[in-house]
Design a protein around this ligand. Structure first.
Ligand SMILES: Nc1ncnc2c1ncn2[C@@H]1O[C@H](COP(=O)(O)OP(=O)(O)OP(=O)(O)O)[C@@H](O)[C@H]1O
Length: 276
């Protein structure tokens, strides 16, 4: 049996809060094979972003293992982690806030290469042109600043930057949530085609069950830091075993019973529920 590309075992993340600690992720285990996509869903505050941050080692797990291609990065020192960081990258929700407004698209996309020690400016320029083309933007747009792009174009720049170091794992934290439905669909298609071409593995965090249905092979449902259901996307979304998952689906249908699902996420969830 082949080993999963990402295997998370008994992950616990505590935050220090006044007077003690708060357990944001409580004994969560999951795995995903190379070239596949796992979605993390659950209401606001259930610990989705904390899982993303732990996978990126932006927070240090309290305990548990995060095996990336067989290497446990959960408690690795920053010095040992540094050369591995290019292997896992993240795309953030907010295409407006996550790009430096003073930098050109060229500088934004090429910066990770500079940090990786690619000294030649010409080489970085060439790589940025290839990446910007890969995400479907004209090469001439590399001279522009973030304010000159639309939200969807900015998200493409964020994806190009994340791909610059040729990561094997991409964590997308609500990466399409700030986009209009049609632009969202374009970005999802782009992510899928990149996966088909490169065999990259995705962890896709989303409130939007429609988006999750479109992009993911498997789904894990979180509630208050704990994993309540985990399985193939088809089984979890169309025949959920747990009451909480059913509640989440109902919440996507009925704004009056919303439990943290935000209105802009409902459109595609409604479409999904209508199909079911
Ligand atoms: N730095 C922190 N210090 C203390 N508590 C935190 C910190 N970051 C997050 N939390 C708490 O941990 C819990 C999980 O937060 P997290 O951001 O992971 O949830 P989420 O599911 O991503 O929510 P959302 O969908 O609203 O982004 C929440 O109760 C949050 O208030």
């Amino acid at each position: 049996m082949t080993k999963p590309f990402l295997a998370v075992e008994n992950l616990v993340v505590d935050y220090h809060v006044p007077g003690g600690t708060f357990r944001a992720v409580d004994d969560v285990s999951f795995s995903v094979d190379k070239g596949r996509t796992i979605a993390v869903v659950g209401e606001s505050g259930c610990g989705k972003s904390t899982i993303a941050k732990a996978l990126m080692r932006l927070v240090t797990p309290t305990s548990g293992r995060i095996e990336l291609d067989g290497t446990d990065i959960a408690s690795m020192s920053e010095a040992k982690l540094r050369p591995m960081r290019s292997r896992f990258q993240m795309v953030f929700q907010d295409p407006y806030g996550s790009l430096d407004p003073h930098m050109t698209a060229q500088e934004i996309v090429a910066e990770p290469l500079k940090l990786q020690g690619v000294r030649s400016k010409a080489e970085r320029h060439k790589a940025a042109a290839t990446l910007i083309d890969q995400v479907g933007l004209p090469v001439r747009s590399l001279d522009k600043h973030p304010s000159e792009f639309s939200g969807g174009q900015r998200q493409r720049i964020g994806i190009a930057r994340a791909l610059a170091s040729k990561p094997e794992l991409l964590v997308c934290d609500e990466a399409t949530s700030a986009l209009d439905v049609s632009v969202q669909a374009q970005v999802l298609r782009l992510l899928k085609s990149i996966q088909d071409d490169t065999g990259i593995t995705y962890v896709f965090i989303s409130h939007n069950l429609g988006v999750v249905q479109e992009i993911s092979d498997s789904v894990m449902v979180m509630q208050k830091g704990r994993l309540v259901e985990h399985g193939s996307t088809a089984s979890v979304l169309t025949a959920p075993k747990e009451d909480y998952t059913r509640k989440l689906r109902r919440a996507a249908l009925d704004p009056s019973t919303m439990t943290g699902l935000k209105p802009r996420h409902l459109v595609r969830s409604l479409a999904l529920a209508n199909q079911a």
